[in-house]
Design a protein around this ligand. Sequence first.
Ligand code: PNW
Length: 462
Amino acid sequence: SSVAGADPIDTLPPSFRWGVATSSYQIEGAVAEDGRTPSIWDTFCRVPGAVHNGDHGDVACDHYHRMPQDVALIADLGLDTYRFSVAWPRVQPGGRGPANVAGLAFYDRLVDELLGRDVEPWVTLYHWDLPQELEDAGGWPNRDTAYRFADYAELVFAALGDRVRTWTTLNEPWCSAMLGYAYGDHAPGRRNLGDGIAAAHHLLLGHGLATRRLREAARSPIELGLTLNLSTADPETGSAADRDAARAADGLANRLYLDPVLRGEYPQDVVADLAAEGVRIPVEEGDLDVIATPIDVLGVNYYFGQLHSGVDEQGRDRDDDGKPVRRVVRRDLPRTAMDWEIVPESFTDLLVRLHRDYPGTPMVITENGAAFDDKPDADGFVNDDDRVGYLTEHLRAVARARAAGADVRGYFAWSLLDNFEWAYGYDKRFGIVRVDYDTQRRTPKRSALWYRDTVRRVRGQR
Ligand code: PNW
C-alpha cells in the first residue's frame, strides 16, 4: 500500500455497496411447497454418485420458512445489499405459462422484509435451477429455452419491479453451460462439448432477450446486468506453447462470455479452437445484437486464478491425437477446502484487465469467498481466521484494482450462510454464518463479525 500502515480497504468510498449473496436452491428447501415443481437440480441430486454423500436441497437451510430471521442477520451485520435468486420452478412451474401466485408471494415478502430493514434487494433471475420440464424439452442447448427465460424474467419483473432496482439475468453461464452440459459435474449432467457450447449461446441469448424485455417494462430507472465467473489464466512460462494454452483457457472461460455481451462478437480464436473440435456456435442472424444489448453493471464472481501449460510432463506440446496439450499447473500455494489456490493478486489483475479490455462498464463483485474446514466450539462459534484472511486479502485486491482505475462499485461476500454447495453437498461450508443442519441454528462466525466491523470502519461509522 502507498501509505505505510494504511489498509487499502480504507480507501473504498462511502458510496461502495456492501452485501452478501445466496441462491435459491442452495438455501431455500421447501422444494414441493406452494406449487413449486422440480428443477434440474432436484433431479440431478437423485442420480447415484452425482452429489457428495447423496445430499440434496429438499431442506437445505430451510430459508423458505426462516426468511425473516435470515434478513435480520443481514441487517444486523449492517450490510446495505442482499443478492438472492428467484427459483424459476417456484414462480412459473414447468417453465411456461402463468405465474404461480403462491410462489411469487415468497419473494414479495422477502423484498418487503428487506426494504423494511433498509437492505436493498438485488435479484438474480437464474442461478441454475432450470425447471425440469424445460430440460425434458431439450434444456439450454434448445434455442426455445432462451425465449422461455425472457418470458419468465418479465413475469418476475411484473411482480417485483416496483420495488427492486437491480437485476442480474444469469449467474455464471459458464457453469450452467460447461459444468452442466459439457463436463457433467453439475445438473443436468450431460457430457458433450457441442451441447455445452449451444447452451452457452442460448443462455447469452436469453440474457439479451430478458434485458430488452425488462428495459421496456421498467417504469422507473433500473440497473441491469449479468454475473460471470471470471478467473485469470496465466502461462507458466513465456514459451509459445504455454502462452497459447493460457490464451485458449482464457478464451473458453472468460472471453466467450465477455466479448459477445460487451463487444457484440464472439472471439475468433475461440471459434477456431471450437471448430477444431468439430463444434460450431449456433448463432443466428441478429443474435449478437440482442446479446450485446447494453448493460449497466457487470457482476464479477472471483474465487481463484490458474496457471496454464502447453506441454505435458515429458515436454511434448501435442498429445497422441496430435492435439495441442492444455494443462492446468498446480502451484505450491495455500488452498481452500475446495482445493482452489488462494491468489488475491490475480483478483487485482483480473479487475484491471477488465477495465482495460472492456472499458466503460461499472463492475460489482457479486461473489467472492472461500470454503474452509470450520471447527465450531461447544457454542457453535467458528473462529475462522482463515476465512477472515481470505476476505481481507481479496478486499485489499479490490481496493488496489480501484486505485489502478477499475470501476468497482461494490462487494458481496459468498455466502451469508453455509449452504448446499452443489456437487459437494453440505460438506463444503462457504458461509460467514454457520448453519447447524440438525437444528437449523445460525451462528455468525468470526468472519461475519469482522465483515460487520470492516464495513462500519470504512463507512466512517466508528
Ligand atoms: C459459484 N469453478 O460456483 C456459484 O455462483 C455459487 O453458487 C457457488 O456456491 C460458489 O461459486 C462456490 O462454489 C462456482 O469450478 C462453481 O470454477 C464452480 C466454479 C466456479 C464457481
